[in-house]
Design a protein around this ligand. Sequence first.
Ligand code: F6P
Length: 545
Amino acid sequence: MSIPPLRQRSAWKKLEDHCLHIGSRHLREIFADDPHRGERLHAEANGIYLDYSKNRVTDETLGLLLDLAEESGVAARRDQMFAGQHINVSEDRAVLHVALRMPVETQLMVDGHDVVEQVHAVIDHMTSFANQIRGGEWMGYRGKPIRNIVNVGIGGSDLGPVMAYEALRHYSKRDLRFRFVSNVDASDLTEALGDLDADETLFIISSKTFTTLETLTNAHSARAWLIEHTGSEKAIARHFVAVSTNAQAVSAFGIDTANMFGFWDWVGGRYSMDSAIGLSTMIAIGPDNFYEMLSGFHAMDEHFRTAPFARNLPVLMGMLGVWNRNFLGCPTVGVMPYEQYLKRFPAYLQQLTMESNGKHVTLDGETIDYQTGPLYWGEPGTNGQHSFYQLLHQGTTIVPVDLIGFAKSLNALGEHHDILSSNVFAQAEALAFGKTEAEVRGEGTPDDVVAHRVMEGNRPTNVLLAEVLTPRLLGSLIALYEHSVFTQGVVWGIDSFDQWGVELGKVLATKIIPELSADDEPTLTHDSSTNALIRHYRHLKRNED
Ligand code: F6P
């Protein structure tokens, strides 16, 4: 049976009506009517405890949201994904990042091939290579062991590796140095290489397509640097490896395909950190910790695949996100990890969520008449509290926030951790309940500043609480967000796995490059603003020359 357009689904219509009653109710009232909701509205899986009671929902809202998930075909679509069907319709591809973490003894046949066997062949190759680097057995061209690993990639070929390296740094081999170069701005590469000895440096060129301009520009400059410092082109074989789906381009670049770690078109860039794109992660934390991370991903995949919606973390988070976005009209979501090691997690989530769900047409190409993916952003706590939380508490835009906390620190030191964690709970409490005028007056506040000190509250939060940040926990946390993004994409009826919106800018930049570098004044055929900017750039550039 075909699924009606979103606005015509029965649960959607009921949610619209329901929102008229509940949408303006304050969390203070909602908690007063249901004082034990904090004990009830939580779900737990794979060591992650989700408290969603401080969302502006009642049991009725939750029931309707889960009905909407059912009516939108989330379960059927999820099963199609796990079965390797081509659910990425605009690129006619399977979406199988879940196969990257399936245990070796399992099987998943797609187009006549067991993809799990292929995945584990690459994991074995990565393992052997990582062990050689970690054990000091892989020698550079002039006989020195590798001590520096430089990952060159951008988007999914950078954000996952750098986030995972930072997140799991506690577990990393400290006598190896890791650098991540993504920006085509030469300062990125120059600063990364400035203090490195080329004889001890390995470059991992990470690019699914191996055609991305930024990565190839950086890779060519890195190659030139290596040859200059080692005195021979032959050094490339010992100092460059590639992670890609494009063996031909890797070979054309000059990297022996024996030193290439492959993956497949069914792994989206932003879903690839647990594929060979995670080679730098495996070298840093060691194969066993990497397998632990994969097992955490897989555990959350299984939870998503099998748990009833009412206890299914990704479905609950995804549907609460739909409520906040489509019914309460919240345009952004803040993600605040109270764990310094997760400092790059918000940046990672930005690509995962916004490249996936920033879409304006349905799977059939129909223009959408409702909101899709919100803006994601964030900073680690407590730093954010001393910069932008003011707006979260008293600004005119309601920002739902995910607060991520841990019961134990990886670096226990005096009272630090309880001080840090108290802020997770305090912020969720303050955002929800605020401070009333009566409370402010009751503190003896002078009349003329009462209004300034009132905090409206009624700001929704999810609190995600776990024991301690481990490789396994990180895997589960990422998979939780992956599947919550998936759930929302199904409800919105969009293709969460393509990214056509990034293409136009790339094409236009390619046209503009020669216009910036030409010696003779080029004939410009852009709009008047772009033409004027290019002329002014050329003028400034000449001044500097
Ligand atoms: O331009 C966007 C994008 O295609 C992302 O989706 C991807 O993660 C990134 O570029 C890098 O692509 P590649 O790994 O092919 O270099």
